[in-house]
Design a binder for this molecule. Structure first.
Ligand code: ADP
Length: 473
């Protein structure tokens, strides 16, 4: 049995800003079901401290890394079979947000070093350290270059890229937060432009690099999607692998989700209509069964195709549809969306912010889920919406391409709608088609709902793939 230590900057049920947290919340559970040992290490943020008084203090030690000389306190918890560890250092993590601070380089340099320093102090003995995204990217190089102990030599490293856009690139001075010599800057291993890159180091020094869908694993080898890392990614050859994400099908379960007005199943979707009416009522939309309700739940960024939506908003609202958008992010996008309620009263609403419960109600209450991403490493939202029988309309990129099967009106197969080129007119063409199916091919639409809800979006298959990957190490 192999023991896997997942290292991440966020993870449910303790912290979340996006899909990474969903993955870290459910992958370890799925790994334990496959007979592996699993533990997770996270930073201990202000919210974690406030919302989880049950965490217990395990040990304290000093972390010295370059100019950093601070105490780390390790807290622990256990949920089911999965062990959780938290690195507490209030100067770095006792803040309202998780990232986006000027000293992020220093904060996560500390985190990487503290995770490695923690290992002799805890009972969990990993075989594999599985790092995720830029915040943990320095762990493999630190482990291999700085630690001489036998157990450190034994660890194997997996590095998963959840989003290549966020690379953890910092000025060269951030090197002062590590005990590694200039050599690794001069030889290019951690150098990116004139600074250092946590992600580049992760890619180079991990034994295996994975990303969260097969299509994204291929896309990132091209200049279009490679974010200037395509060269070093190509060097990984067969050691770069795509494994698609699943979702936590217990948490995301329309048959017993407590956030829903009524629960429903794939074989009896009548209560989905009740969820729709209740959502319309809650949001001040006209309450009606017979109008297509389109939902969007997302970070408001260009990555998610929000400029296509803003460009085509008038065209979208010229159709016989209602629209609900839940999200926060880019100021410009937020301010544009804030106008929609006044322009389209009782037909369009924008809820600005992060709201877990409302997201569940939107996934259940809508007919169509719109996700026209510019790029999408995997995407969780389309998986959730399929599970709730809300038909995804996506752009064929990354995980969206791998997980949504376009509707075929001739044989009735498919689980959603998709378009290829990132163009507003293409999106509108497919949206018009979907609207047409919704209003004029009701048996076809019902079949789509049933098929979408029957897709296995659980972690079972992917956990088996991770297990196979770990075994190769
Ligand atoms: P990303 O990780 O790029 O943001 P994903 O589709 O992989 O995108 O995952 C997004 C996750 O975050 C989903 O679980 C989605 O429901 C959730 N989410 C995004 N924005 C919000 C919001 N404003 N309120 C509630 N949940 C949100």
């Amino acid at each position: 049995m192999k023991n896997i230590l997942l290292v991440s900057a966020e993870g449910l049920p303790y912290s979340k800003s996006g899909g990474l947290a969903d993955v870290i919340g459910s992958l370890p559970v799925a790994l334990t079901k496959q007979g592996m040992g699993a533990a997770v290490v996270l930073p201990m943020y202000k919210k974690t401290i406030e919302q989880h008084p049950e965490l217990t203090e395990l040990c304290t030690f000093h972390v010295t890394s370059g100019v950093i000389n601070k105490q780390a306190v390790v807290y622990g918890a256990k949920i089911g079979e999965v062990q959780y560890f938290f690195i507490r250092q209030d100067d770095y993590f006792y803040r309202d947000g998780m990232y986006g601070y000027a000293d992020d380089g220093e904060r996560f340099a500390f985190f990487c070093k503290a995770v490695l320093d923690m290992l002799p102090h805890i009972r969990f003995k990993p075989d594999i350290i599985h790092c995720n995204d830029w915040q943990t990217g320095m762990i493999p190089i630190l482990c291999k270059q700085e630690y001489t102990g036998e157990e450190y030599k034994r660890y194997k490293h997996v590095y998963t890229i959840h989003n290549l856009l966020f690379q953890g690139n910092f000025p060269k001075e951030t090197l002062q937060c590590f005990n590694i010599s200039d050599h690794y800057y001069n030889n290019g291993d951690i150098r990116f432009d004139n600074g250092i890159s946590f992600m580049k180091a992760g890619i180079i020094y991990a034994d295996k690099v994975t990303t969260v869908s097969q299509t994204y694993a291929k896309e990132i080898l091209t200049p279009e999607y490679g974010e200037r890392m395509e060269g070093i990614l190509a060097q990984k050859g067969d050691n770069l692998v795509g494994i698609v994400n699943g979702i936590d099908v217990e948490n995301w379960n329309p048959t017993k989700d407590p956030a829903l007005y009524k629960n429903y199943t794939a074989t009896d979707i009548r209560n989905k209509k009740a969820c729709k009416r209740s959502l319309q009522y809650q949001l001040g939309l006209r309450v009606a069964d017979d109008v297509m309700l389109i939902g969007i739940v997302t970070r408001l960024t260009w990555q998610k195709g929000m400029h296509l939506i803003l460009d085509k908003l008038t065209n979208i609202m010229n159709q016989d549809v209602q629209l609900v958008i839940l999200g926060s992010g880019d100021n410009y996008i937020e301010s544009e969306l804030k106008k929609i309620e006044a322009t389209y009263p009782h037909r369009a609403v924008f809820y600005c912010g992060y709201n877990e419960e409302l997201s569940h109600r939107i996934y259940a209450g809508c007919d169509l889920f719109l996700m026209p991403s510019l790029f999408e490493p995997c995407g969780i939202s389309q998986l959730i919406s399929m599970r709730y029988g809300t038909i995804p309309l996506v752009r064929e990129t990354g995980g969206l391409k791998d997980t949504v099967k376009p509707f075929n009106e001739y044989d009735g197969s498919g689980t959603g709608f998709s378009f290829r080129y990132f163009k507003g007119d293409e999106m509108m063409f497919i949206l018009a088609y979907a609207i047409n199916v919704y209003y004029y091919n009701k048996p076809g639409w019902r079949k789509l709902i049933k098929q979408a809800m029957s897709v296995d979006v659980s972690w079972d298959n992917s956990a088996r793939e991770y297990k196979a990957l770990y075994e190769t190490l």
